[in-house]
Design a protein around this ligand. Structure first.
Ligand SMILES: NC(=O)c1ccc[n+]([C@@H]2O[C@H](COP(=O)([O-])OP(=O)(O)OC[C@H]3O[C@@H](n4cnc5c(N)ncnc54)[C@H](OP(=O)(O)O)[C@@H]3O)[C@@H](O)[C@H]2O)c1
Length: 340
């Protein structure tokens, strides 16, 4: 058994697949591997923009560059941005030692929830490059290790809607784990993950407590308020720590839980100053600096639990898709924003 896929690493030997320069997607399937027929790559937006820029925006050249990268590395791992994306495919074969043996069948359609930067990939054809949604329709083979996360694509939700939500499904699942009725919750960043987090926080409060949404965009806040995803909204620039603390205090702070879903750097202290002593901050944002958060909390004498937003929480995909099913107005927001 090889749960982390070390046998697929060509160079440098001994590192995990994500750190590897080159993977081998051609080996015969391992006992505990899941083999997929690839239909499409959902390229990480930072990576897609970089490749698009280098290719002068020409779809054929974008496709050729992606094919070249995958052929060279055995995975889609953009060396400039360091990022990958996720893929959609159908199950071709489930190794008898894979944890999904017996649950998945050939032909099942799923999305991978682990990065393409660690997924062995062999492309045989690029069919289309869809620049407006950072997507490459293609054919090939991908491999998931026993530890590789996946989600079956639901039949009752449009694929792009499901993918948009699955991209950030760890955030509402973390909130479900940490929010208790009666608490006060601040959500910094009212975008995709922020909207799901607000919705889950309201559900977890079960009618007792407060959810405040904060963002620099008045338009995004207006939508949250209209959809009643939170009780109050407040316009802040989360890179302005003191200003954010002041404005969120007026909206009901300090908070038991702050969830940072803002997409820019430099928002650690706004989170830390807005949480109460003994409270918790979940840093879901990838722009979070561990140093800024840890030293910053120490520097202001704030006794708070600082959590790195692990993208994986057991049951995260189903919890998030269920939110969309249960809240038609949230679903409508996602359809309007992300289904094109
Ligand atoms: N931990 C994980 O596993 C994981 C998984 C997926 C994504 N992420 C990360 O989670 C973060 C959020 O993702 P997302 O998809 O929700 O992004 P998103 O839809 O772009 O939402 C981010 C929100 O933050 C707002 N914002 C930006 N700068 C701000 C500021 N200075 N003050 C207040 N609000 C500000 C944005 O407003 P504007 O629209 O005006 O810019 C936007 O509304 C990203 O860093 C992403 O990489 C983490």
């Amino acid at each position: 058994m090889d749960p982390y896929g070390l046998r697929r690493v060509v160079s440098p030997r001994g590192v995990l697949p994500q750190r590897a320069d080159v993977l081998d997607p051609r080996l015969p399937p391992g006992e505990d591997e899941l083999i997929l027929d690839v239909e499409a790559l959902n390229v990480d937006s930072a990576s897609f923009r970089q490749i698009e820029g280098a290719a002068g925006g020409d779809p054929d050249r974008i496709g050729a560059e992606i094919a070249r990268l995958v052929a060279a590395r055995g995975k889609l791992h953009n060396p400039v941005t360091g990022s990958g994306g996720m893929l959609i495919g159908r199950v071709r074969q489930v190794g008898p030692g894979h944890p999904a043996a017996g649950r998945l069948r050939p032909g099942d359609r799923l999305a991978t929830l682990v990065s393409l930067t660690l997924t062995p990939l062999l492309l045989t054809r690029i069919d289309a490059v869809r620049k407006e949604i950072d997507r490459v329709e293609c054919q090939g083979t991908a491999i998931l290790f026993a530890t590789g996360l996946w989600a079956l694509l639901p039949e009752d939700l449009p694929e792009r809607l499901a993918l948009a939500a699955l991209d950030v499904c760890g955030a509402p699942a973390l909130v479900a784990r940490h929010v208790r009725p009666g608490q006060k919750v601040l959500v910094l960043g009212a975008g995709k993950s922020g909207a799901l987090v607000c919705a889950q926080a309201r559900a977890s409060l079960d009618g007792r407590g407060l959810v405040v949404g904060a963002d620099r965009s008045a338009a995004a806040l207006e939508v949250l308020a209209q959809l009643e995803l939170c009780h109050r909204v407040v316009e802040v620039d989360a890179t302005d720590a003191l200003g954010t603390m002041e404005r969120t205090r007026q909206a009901g702070g300090p908070f038991d839980l702050v969830v940072n879903c803002a997409s820019v750097a430099g928002t650690e202290m706004a989170s830390i100053l807005s949480v109460r002593d003994g409270g918790t901050v979940i840093f879901f944002s990838m722009a979070t600096s561990f140093t800024a958060a840890a030293l910053g909390a120490e520097g202001v004498g704030k006794d708070a639990t600082l959590l790195v937003g692990n993208g994986y929480v057991p049951g995260h995909a189903e919890l998030t898709l269920d939110l969309l099913r249960r809240l038609p107005r949230l679903r409508a927001l996602f359809e309007q924003r992300y289904v094109r």
